[in-house]
Design a protein around this ligand. Structure first.
Ligand code: UDP
Ligand code: MG
Length: 332
């Protein structure tokens, strides 16, 4: 089936009732200027507010708007993947719903795409209105990830990007569960180019990425693209082993010396100190062991997720797609 849609815009939404109308307006404005066909696919990631209702109303008014409702919250990265699975355009754009990624930048991306680049990603030159903590952790995370992986994942880029149909088709074949989409896009290769932009403040509402989700996201990224943390366990073990052996030699030496030269006389106070020291060293070693077990656990858990082979997401219903236009809101 050959599509006659030029652009598919994928917008994951989770409890975004305060922004979706504005997001739609801005996107429509920008996309209308292209004079080419487009579709706006909103993926409602199990919102508990009125997000779905608002988008459904938009679908009724504008046939370019489409909606996919998940059966529950599956997460941002999975929502993007569902968007790619359902996009029909020759170029597919992923954009956040909160207008932090300015829709106007899509035009610049489209320009590069027409020059022959299959992936055009947005590079954040500046981030406005985000906390120092968020900015700092983001800078540190992207650099750590870069040092850990062999895949050339550009720093300071989010999921805001345009990909060609060919790249989208390849992405559809990658079914891994704990996904780091921007890493996967780098991994597939093709000709890639950057468009620089300033990341705006969130237009309304709050971030849907609390610290817990951020940590999970970072762990998914690292475990998906690197097993260096597992190697780190070997190096940690080696270092601790060598240190312990050297220390043992010193103690052994001292004991011999003490036996032949001076009779040992240890006060209660000194004995107490030695005892506490021994406990402290033991705690350090135990912590190191648990840490390494935790790292292994992160990988094993993900292997377990893969082995269950459950679907990536469950769609409750779709609105505005061709085949259910006659009978909108039907369950599939
Ligand atoms: N989002 C989602 N599912 C989630 C969390 C977020 O679909 O579980 C969407 C959210 O609606 C937004 C985008 O992902 O369109 C980015 O989220 P957010 O702006 O809250 O993240 P931040 O910019 O603060 O990192
Ligand atoms: Mg945001």
């Amino acid at each position: 089936m050959k599509s006659d849609i030029q652009y598919s815009i994928i917008i994951p939404v989770y409890n975004e009732e305060k922004v979706v109308n504005e997001t739609y307006k801005r996107l429509k404005q920008v996309m209308d200027t292209t004079g080419e066909s487009y579709e706006l696919i909103f993926i409602n990631d199990g919102s508990k507010d009125d997000t779905a209702q608002i988008i459904q109303d938009l679908c009724r008014k504008d046939t370019n708007v489409k909606l996919i409702n998940f059966s529950r919250n599956f997460g941002h990265q999975i929502a993007i993947s569902a968007g790619m699975d359902n996009a029909a355009g020759r170029a597919v754009v992923v954009i956040d719903a909160d207008l932090q990624d300015p829709p106007e930048v899509i035009l610049k991306m489209a320009e590069k795409w027409k020059q022959g680049y299959e992936v055009v990603y947005g590079k954040r030159m500046k981030r406005k209105g985000e906390s120092f903590f968020k900015k700092f952790t983001a800078v540190a995370f992207y650099r750590l990830l870069r040092s850990l992986t062999n895949v050339d994942i550009p720093v300071d880029t989010g999921d805001f990007r345009l990909i060609d149909r060919r790249v989208c088709d390849v992405m559809k074949g990658l079914k891994e569960k704990n996904r780091y989409v921007r890493g996967l896009v780098s991994w597939v290769g093709f000709r890639q180019a950057a468009v620089e932009y300033i990341r705006e403040e969130r237009w309304a509402g709050e971030t849907k990425y609390p610290l817990k989700k951020m940590i999970r996201f970072a762990l998914d990224a690292i475990t998906s693209f690197s097993y260096k943390p597992l190697k780190a366990a070997t190096y940690l073990g080696l270092t601790l082993g060598i240190t312990s052996f050297l220390y043992l030699m010193i103690v052994f030496n001292q004991t011999q010396f003490v036996q032949t030269a001076v009779a040992p006389s240890v006060s209660i106070g000194t004995a107490n100190l030695i005892f506490k020291g021994a406990i402290a060293i033991n705690l350090v070693f135990n912590a190191a062991i648990l840490l390494v077990l935790g790292i292994i656990g992160e990988y094993v858990g993900r292997i377990y997720d893969e082995s269950k082979d459950r679907p990536l997401y469950i769609i409750k219903n779709k609105v505005g797609f061709d085949y259910d236009k006659r009978n909108n809101e039907t369950h599939q």
